[in-house]
Design a binder for this molecule. Structure first.
Ligand SMILES: [Mg+2]
Length: 278
C-alpha cells in the first residue's frame, strides 16, 4: 500500500524536486491551486527544483514565460523539455538534412531545425515524422496526411523514421476537462501503419520524453544529486520513468490518475494530493 505524503515532507526530505508541468503546476487552462505557493516555498528555502515536461510545443524560454505569465516565477534554466531531445536523437541517427514533417506549432519546428532537420509542409514526402504536439496541426487531417504519405513512401520501398518527443496520451485541460495529445496521435498513426503492414515491426515511434530516461538523467545532472523525487500526474510517463531512472516518485491523484493504482503496473513511492489540497 503506497503511503500518502505531503509536499512539505517532500521538500524537507529530498535534495531537489522534479516537477511535471501539466497536471501538477498547470493545465491547458491556467495554473493549478497551490502551485504558486510551492514555487515560492522552494525559492525562499533555496531548494533546487526543475520542471521536467514532455511539452515539445514551446522552447524552454517560452515554457518559462508561460509559467511566469500564470504567476509561477520559474526561470528557463529550470525547464527540462522533451523537445530538446530531438538534437541528440538526430545526431545519434545521422538525420541531419532529412526532410521532416512536424506536428506542432512554430517552436516544435524550431526544435526540429535546431536538431538539423529540414521542415516540410504537410502532405509533402518526408524521411522523418516528428509528432511533437497536438496544437497548430489539425488533429484528424494531419493524421490522414501523415498516414497517406507514409503509405506512399512504404510502397516505394522507403521507410520513414517516426519520432515522438511527447508520448503523453492525455493532458488535463482544467475544470474536469481532458484532451488527447501527441502520444494519442502517434498511436493512431501506428495502428494505421500496422493495419496495412502487419508483418513490419519497425513502423513504431521512438518515444523521447518520459517514460524514457534521458529527461530524468538531465534533471538529475542539473540537480547534482540522485536523492530527488519526481512529482507527476501520470503513471505511464512520470512514475514509470522515475522508476526506470532509479529515483523516487510521487503521484498526484485526482487528475488523470486516481488513488487506485493497478497491481502489476508502475508503482509510485508516494501518493500526493493536488498541491492546492495541502
Ligand atoms: Mg502531466
Amino acid at each position: 500500500m503506497t503511503q500518502t505524503t505531503t509536499i512539505q515532507a517532500l521538500i524537507d526530505n529530498y535534495d531537489a524536486l522534479l516537477l511535471d508541468a501539466y497536471g501538477v503546476l498547470v493545465t491547458a487552462g491556467g495554473s493549478l491551486p497551490g502551485a504558486a505557493a510551492v514555487v515560492q516555498n522552494l525559492a525562499s528555502r533555496g531548494r533546487p527544483y526543475f520542471v521536467v515536461t514532455n511539452d515539445a510545443s514551446r522552447l524552454p524560454g517560452a515554457i518559462a514565460a508561460r509559467l511566469q505569465g500564470l504567476g509561477l516565477p520559474i526561470e528557463a534554466e529550470r525547464v527540462v523539455s522533451s523537445g530538446a531531445l530531438l538534437t541528440p536523437y538526430f545526431r545519434e541517427h545521422g538525420l541531419a538534412g532529412c526532410h521532416t514533417a512536424v506536428f506542432g506549432p512554430a517552436d516544435s519546428q524550431t526544435y526540429v531545425r535546431d536538431a538539423g532537420g529540414v521542415v516540410v509542409e504537410p502532405g509533402e514526402a518526408f524521411d522523418v515524422l516528428a509528432v511533437c504536439d497536438e496544437h497548430d496541426t489539425p488533429f484528424l487531417e494531419g493524421a490522414n496526411e501523415a498516414l497517406s504519405s507514409a503509405y506512399a513512401q512504404l510502397e516505394r520501398g522507403a521507410t520513414p523514421r517516426l519520432v515522438l518527443p511527447n508520448p503523453d496520451l492525455i493532458a488535463p485541460h482544467g475544470h474536469g476537462r481532458f484532451g488527447f495529445t501527441a502520444g494519442a496521435l502517434a498511436l493512431l498513426i501506428e495502428h494505421g501503419l500496422a493495419l496495412r503492414y502487419p508483418e513490419r515491426d519497425d513502423l513504431r515511434f521512438d518515444a523521447l520524453g518520459k517514460p524514457q530516461t534521458p529527461l530524468f538523467d538531465e534533471a538529475i545532472r542539473r540537480a547534482g544529486s540522485r536523492n530527488v523525487v519526481m512529482i507527476g500526474d501520470q503513471l505511464a510517463t512520470d512514475i514509470a520513468g522515475a522508476n526506470a531512472a532509479g529515483i523516487d516518485s510521487a503521484l498526484i491523484t485526482g487528475g488523470v490518475a486516481t488513488a487506485s493504482i493497478p497491481a502489476g503496473g508502475p508503482q509510485p513511492t508516494w501518493l500526493l494530493p493536488p498541491l492546492g489540497d495541502a
